[in-house]
Every structure is written in structure tokens, then in C-alpha cells.
Design a protein around this ligand. Structure first.
Ligand SMILES: Nc1ncnc2c1ncn2[C@@H]1O[C@H](COP(=O)(O)OP(=O)(O)O)[C@@H](O)[C@H]1O
Ligand SMILES: [Mg+2]
Length: 141
């Protein structure tokens, strides 16, 4: 596991960009951290690398947003999930999340991944933890 310290929002976006370059179809990026830790900010960096022009907002009310991207000449979907307001995991299953999680044509980023342990049980996830630190944020990955 690696640990780094981030001083400001821009550095977190840049970290997201760095992580994005390691992602490929089928990957699930799980983000852990309190409200305001910077999960959405990191996701913005990821989205930039994938050429997503829309403004990335936490899909808190819609639960997830789907973006169509091109990666290495392939058409993929980028799915941004926010499980914060989820009452139970079936809610995401009911709206079809299992078509996306781990699908080789999809890259998923999940905020509040700790809310969906069962959905992720048999999936391979890349985990990133963001914590408030005196100088900004601490990231473990
Ligand atoms: N060092 C830092 N790294 C990232 N964000 C920071 C930092 N310091 C302050 N912020 C602010 O913290 C907030 C993080 O919000 P957001 O990314 O939406 O968090 P989350 O999605 O985890 O709830 C932003 O408003 C950002 O400007
Ligand atoms: Mg968020």
C-alpha cells in the first residue's frame, strides 16, 4: 500500500488523472472517505483523462451516471456511482447496476463503496482511501 499527502484540490485532480491512466475496461475503482474528503474531486480527474466534457457531479440522487468514452480505440462506458443515500443494495440492483460492475466494457468509480459490500463481494476492486489531514488530505492506495 502507498500513502501520499495532497495539499489542494488540484493535486487531488492530478492524482485522479494518474490513477485513470492505469484503468481499463472491467475495472472498479472504490473510493472511501467522509463527506467532503474529495471523492468527487478525484473522480473529476479520472473523467478528464477519459475526455468527458460534462461537469462531473456526485450522482447523489440518481445513484449513478453513465458516460460514453473512447479508450485505446474502444468504446467503453464510464459509470460514476454514489452509494451515499442508498437504503439497501437492492436499490442499485433494481436499476441494473450488475450490468456494469466488472463488465469488460465498463469502468466504474464508486463513492461510498462501503455501502455495497455484497455487490462488490466477488469483484476485484482498486481501493483508494481519502482522509482529512492537517495539511490537506491523506491518500492510501
Ligand atoms: N487538499 C484538498 N484536496 C481536495 N479537496 C480539498 C482539499 N482542500 C479542500 N478541498 C475541498 O474539499 C471538497 C471535496 O469535495 P468532494 O470532492 O465533493 O468530496 P466527496 O465527494 O468526498 O464528498 C471540495 O470542495 C474541495 O474544494
Ligand atoms: Mg462526492
Amino acid at each position: 500500500m502507498q500513502e501520499i499527502f495532497i495539499k489542494n484540490e488540484k493535486e487531488l485532480v492530478d492524482f485522479g488523472k494518474k490513477i485513470a491512466t492505469t484503468l481499463q475496461g472491467g475495472d472498479i475503482l472504490c473510493l472511501y472517505g467522509d463527506l467532503g474528503a474529495g471523492k468527487t474531486t478525484l473522480t473529476k480527474g479520472v473523467a478528464q483523462v477519459f475526455g468527458i466534457k460534462q461537469r462531473i457531479k456526485s450522482p447523489t440522487f440518481t445513484l449513478f451516471n453513465v458516460y460514453f468514452i473512447q479508450l485505446n480505440g474502444k468504446s467503453l462506458k464510464f459509470v460514476h456511482i454514489d452509494a451515499y443515500r442508498l437504503k439497501d443494495e437492492d436499490e442499485l440492483l433494481d436499476i441494473g447496476i450488475d450490468d456494469y460492475l466488472g463488465n469488460t466494457e465498463t469502468i466504474c468509480v464508486i463513492e461510498w463503496a462501503e455501502k455495497i459490500p455484497n455487490l462488490l463481494k466477488k469483484k476485484k476492486c482498486v481501493e483508494i482511501r481519502i482522509e482529512h489531514a492537517p495539511t490537506g488530505r491523506k491518500i492510501q492506495y
